[in-house]
Design a protein around this ligand. Structure first.
Ligand SMILES: NC(=O)c1ccc[n+]([C@@H]2O[C@H](COP(=O)([O-])OP(=O)(O)OC[C@H]3O[C@@H](n4cnc5c(N)ncnc54)[C@H](OP(=O)(O)O)[C@@H]3O)[C@@H](O)[C@H]2O)c1
Length: 290
């Protein structure tokens, strides 16, 4: 009975916090801002680029596929971007990450928002059977290149009192079977960027870090990889992108999307880890995975 009362109070508190924290912002404040979005040839990154474009930002997009990037640039311009540019780069190569930042400085003359979103390496949904190449490749593309981009962009971001927006996942907060190397990269991102955020604050450096913790989103890649292997329903990528951009502009520490699906899981993960593990087990259709 006491436990139920605590649970009910927690949920009421959570609802109150959620509605109280629903800030809004004027889209005009984004006009003319300079934004780099990585992994923006498709999926959530592409939608994030459109969201900034719609508000009149200067947008730089990057990924490996040139034709797709050209199409994204065209659409950004149609949507109202102050300017739109692209640079092809493979984030397996950390020198390419530095080159992306140099080209961004050349074209935009500075940077207000660095959106770190790309995902690649050996992304494979299935049992981990000791493939070290997959671990190294995932760590390079999904973690080390994020750090390299941040290091190279730091001076510009400090000058503009800008923001870094890091796209993470529920897989970076709770154990995530069948995507072990990927989950490791997201845990690494969470550790790096939450520590960096605190350090910047202590050093009185005005640079904000927003981490977006995402659930299952309906991008082509995600749906193709896991639709028949999980019991979850995918949330819409355009809505997800809107919440991420809003969180970054409002300088929020964290964006959790979809909020009501993920937040209870995050609250309970340290309190009842055993129960959480059983609940998580029900998300997977083992007959389609093993
Ligand atoms: N979708 C979900 O369910 C979900 C859930 C939680 C978190 N997330 C996170 O959300 C972010 C976006 O996911 P998404 O589903 O939108 O992925 P996506 O549709 O597969 O897009 C990935 C992007 O990364 C680029 N990319 C891949 N490998 C690259 C490389 N080696 N170098 C440079 N760019 C590379 C791809 O472009 P090219 O192929 O042209 O290079 C593409 O633009 C990721 O950080 C992901 O972890 C997604």
């Amino acid at each position: 009975m006491a436990a139920l009362r605590i649970l009910a109070s927690l949920l009421v508190g959570l609802c109150a916090y959620y509605f109280y924290s629903q800030e809004t912002f004027s889209e005009e404040t984004v006009r003319g801002k300079r934004v780099l979005v990585t992994g923006s040839s498709t999926g959530i990154g592409e939608q994030i680029a459109y969201e900034y474009a719609r508000m009149g930002a200067h947008v730089m997009v990057t990924a490996r596929r040139e034709k797709r990037l050209q199409e994204v640039v065209q659409k950004c311009l149609q949507l109202g971007a102050s300017s739109a540019w692209y640079i092809t780069a493979d984030m397996h190569n950390l020198t390419s990450a530095t080159r992306v930042i140099e080209e961004t400085e050349n074209k935009l003359g500075g940077l207000d928002y660095l959106v770190l979103n790309h995902v690649g390496g050996s992304i494979h949904f299935g049992p981990f059977e000791g493939d070290m190449e997959a671990v190294i490749s995932s760590m390079t593309v999904n973690f080390l290149s994020y750090v390299q981009l941040t290091v190279s962009a730091m001076k510009m971001l400090q000058e503009s009192h800008g923001g870094i927006i890091v796209i993470s996942s529920l897989a970076g907060r709770i154990p995530s079977p069948f995507s072990v190397p990927y989950a490791a990269t997201k845990f690494a991102l969470e550790g790096f960027y939450s520590s960096l955020r605190t350090e910047l604050r202590l050093r009185k450096i005005h640079l904000d870090v927003t981490v977006a913790v995402l659930g299952y989103i309906d991008t082509d890649t995600a749906v193709k990889a896991i639709a028949d292997k999980v019991t979850m329903t995918a949330s819409p990528k355009a809505d997800c992108a809107r919440e991420i951009v809003k969180g970054g502009v409002l300088r929020q520490r964290e964006v959790v999307y979809p909020y009501w699906t993920l937040k209870p899981v995050l609250l309970f993960k340290d309190w009842v880890p055993g129960l959480l593990e059983s609940v998580v087990g029900n998300f997977y259709k083992l007959e389609n995975i093993l």
